[in-house]
Design a binder for this molecule. Structure first.
Ligand code: PEP
Ligand code: MN
Length: 288
């Protein structure tokens, strides 16, 4: 009688394909520090701000609102990966300078995206944390440069990437000697036209099982609908997320990018409060 060999998976064994990203023992957890903020240190860490840096007033108003709401980092794209070449592409270096001014004003560290390997040095000069977006998760030259940047990296999951492909993308950064990688679940492509993407909250406990890297959730791109952001933020923290990245705009109906999924400053305050309550209630569970 022949026996059937069941293929081994990486669910219980660290894969050699992402040996640095893999969690080797239950105690192993990486904490990534960005300024005063920490990812993976217990309390949920909130990044918020507009999709894109549109102008000085909008960005400074956003930064003040993020600080007032209790958020820890400011987001805003200066180089935007837009689906259409005719959509607003971002202000480029001028946008980076505005972000730096917002940091001066509020003390909030800045997270912003680099689209190309050659943009890494300039983004690293201005930003405290560099975002690699979903569309670039498998841009291996960009990942390598991010690994050489000396900055913490926020690595978003590709919209059609498996969790293992995402961990291997993180491995490219770690293999360059940069240990400061925060993973971000931002929704995967599915079939329901009422949702821009489907937020895969399975990924949160799965990544925590497979990897020691911190993981945060983006409920804005993950839903595409402003009305769902609050509930999915709370659900993400309940699932074990180390934080959130949320799109918030001081005048969202006038936003040049992603207004439909942007929340107001008031809603951000409510979400920060709610996630603190949920995070504190669940911390004994995670510690167990
Ligand atoms: C963004 O954060 O604005 C963005 C473009 O995200 P993603 O790469 O997840 O689409
Ligand atoms: Mn966006």
């Amino acid at each position: 009688m022949s026996t059937i060999t069941v293929p081994t998976t990486t669910q219980t064994k660290p894969s050699g394909l992402y040996r640095l990203a893999a969690r080797r023992d239950p105690e192993q957890r990486t904490i990534v520090r960005v300024g005063e903020a920490t990812f993976g240190g217990g309390e949920p860490t909130i990044i918020a701000g507009p999709c894109a840096v549109e102008n000085r007033e909008q960005t400074l108003a956003s930064a003040l609102a993020v600080r007032a709401a209790g958020g820890q980092l400011l987001r805003g794209g200066a180089f935007k990966p837009r689906t259409s070449p005719y959509s607003f592409q971002g202000l480029g270096e001028e946008g980076l300078a505005i972000l730096a001014e917002a940091r001066e004003l509020t003390g909030l560290p800045i997270v912003t995206e680099a689209l190309e390997p050659d943009q890494i040095p300039i983004v690293a000069r201005y930003a405290d944390m560099i975002q690699i977006g979903a569309r670039n998760m498998a841009n291996f030259p960009l990942l390598r440069r991010a690994g050489q940047s000396g900055r913490p990296i926020l690595l978003k999951r590709g919209m059609s990437a498996t969790v293992e492909e995402w961990l291997m993308a993180a491995e490219y950064i770690l293999a360059e000697g940069n240990p400061n990688v925060v993973l971000c679940e931002r929704g995967i492509r599915s079939f329901d036209p009422l949702l821009r993407f489907t937020l895969d909250l399975n990924a949160v406990p799965l990544v925590r099982e497979l990897s020691h890297l911190p993981i945060i959730v983006d409920p804005s791109h993950g839903t595409g609908r402003r009305s769902l952001v609050r509930q999915m933020s709370i659900a993400a923290i309940a699932a074990g997320s180390d934080g959130l990245i949320i799109e918030m705009h001081p005048d969202r109906d006038a936003a040049l990018c992603d207004g439909d999924q942007s929340i107001t400053p008031e809603e951000l305050t409510e979400i920060v409060t709610a996630t603190r309550v949920v995070g504190a209630a669940l911390s004994p569970v995670w510690a167990a």
